[in-house]
Write a new protein. Structure first.
Lengths: 192, 175
């Protein structure tokens, strides 16, 4: 839902205010990253997609006709950028894990939990990989959900009914669990 | 309501008393419900961690605007297109409007305001000695009213496109 403050920012940005557009971008870029990640092919780099979304936003904000539809419009920009960037991508898949990569390369011996950290990291990566088995629209819902958005907020961004979001979330969670079980991610019993 | 929908609400802290009661009823018949909910909670925890990293990566991406130099080049490119069209009608009996592609059809006809000195491009003596052929660029200054102004830009694939011009970003000499 677009609040009064954001509406004013959007109107200013559409009218050509660079500072208003900067604020809008900073307010929305975290969930936009989820949309981009959900729709980009695995070989595309998320950083590249986000740069394309940012460039597209600067170029096209003047074309937004209805400020109240800014978020669905921005989500469409992100989805299109993810798909088009993916078409061009030839780079090898990279994981966006700078902090964990750092931990893996230079573990702190004093921490005493390196093995746990590495194991946890592997499980997280497997979970992310399992997400690739989920249809993009369902994956997008789940990624937005784990970022803390309510079903209603997701529905507003995707411009779909809440019941659709609920259905996609249910399918995504079921598919994720089935994939993890099939690919051998340890269950709770096995981990004990 | 499906089990996964109840799980989603429980995992995200949005389950109502009725939702918990339904889960509990299901678990009476199938105790593995709690086990599946635990797995869902663990999967969700891993996803939350992964998505936090994605969000942090997004925080590093700022908006980048075309530099003033690039805008000047875009402006110059617009004039080059106009000049090319102008060149095309040198020698034609009735010149078409300059840069048709950049002017909406509803625009009023242009008013001729003045003309800058022409630019000599080529001279060639005619083979029959009947004179000299001169090729030159006429630089007309026109004024017209229009609902919108467009400029040349590039799309995400680097392909040339025409987009509405941001007039607040243009210096007078660029137009």
């Amino acid at each position: 839902m677009t609040d009064e403050r954001e509406l004013k920012l959007i109107e200013s940005a559409v009218g050509g205010s660079p500072s208003a557009l900067d604020v809008l971008w900073r307010d929305n870029r975290r969930w936009i990253a989820s949309v981009a990640l959900a729709h980009k092919p695995v070989e595309a780099d998320l950083d590249d997609v986000l740069q394309d979304v940012a460039a597209s936003l600067v170029r096209h904000i003047g074309q937004l006709r209805d400020p109240s539809r800014f978020r669905p419009w921005l989500r469409t920009l992100a989805r299109n950028a993810a798909i088009s960037t993916g078409r061009r991508a030839t780079v090898a898949r990279r994981h966006l894990t700078p902090l964990d990569a750092h931990a893996l390369e230079r573990p702190d011996p004093s921490a005493g939990r390196v093995v746990d950290l590495v194991a946890a990291r592997r499980e997280t990566e497997r979970t992310l990989e399992a997400m690739e088995s989920i249809a993009p629209d369902q994956r997008e819902c789940l990624m937005l959900r784990v970022q803390g958005l309510s079903q209603k907020a997701i529905a507003a961004r995707l411009d779909v009914p809440v019941t659709t979001v609920e259905s996609r979330l249910a399918k995504a969670r079921r598919k994720l669990r089935e994939t993890l079980e099939r690919e051998g991610v340890v269950s709770i019993e096995k981990a004990r | 309501m499906t089990e996964e929908t109840l799980f989603d609400r429980a995992i995200c802290g949005e389950a109502s008393e009725a939702d918990w009661a339904q889960l509990n009823d299901s678990a009476v018949a199938d105790p593995a419900v709690w086990h599946r909910l635990a797995l869902g909670l663990r999967d969700n925890g891993r996803l939350v961690q992964a998505m936090a990293e994605v969000g942090d990566a997004a925080e590093a991406v700022e908006l980048v605007r075309p530099s003033a130099n690039r805008r000047r080049w875009i402006g110059a490119a617009g004039w080059l297109a106009a000049a090319a069209l102008a060149l095309a009608w040198v020698g034609m009996p009735s010149p078409p409007p300059i840069a048709d592609a950049e002017v909406p059809p509803e625009a009023a006809a242009a008013e001729l305001v003045g003309e800058l000195p022409s630019v000599l491009m080529e001279t060639r003596e005619l083979p029959d000695g009947g004179g000299v052929e001169v090729t030159y660029l006429r630089r007309l200054i026109e004024r017209r009213t229009t609902a919108a102004v467009f400029e040349h830009a590039e799309d995400e694939l680097g392909e040339p496109i025409v987009v509405p011009a941001d007039l607040t970003q243009h210096l007078p000499q660029e137009l």
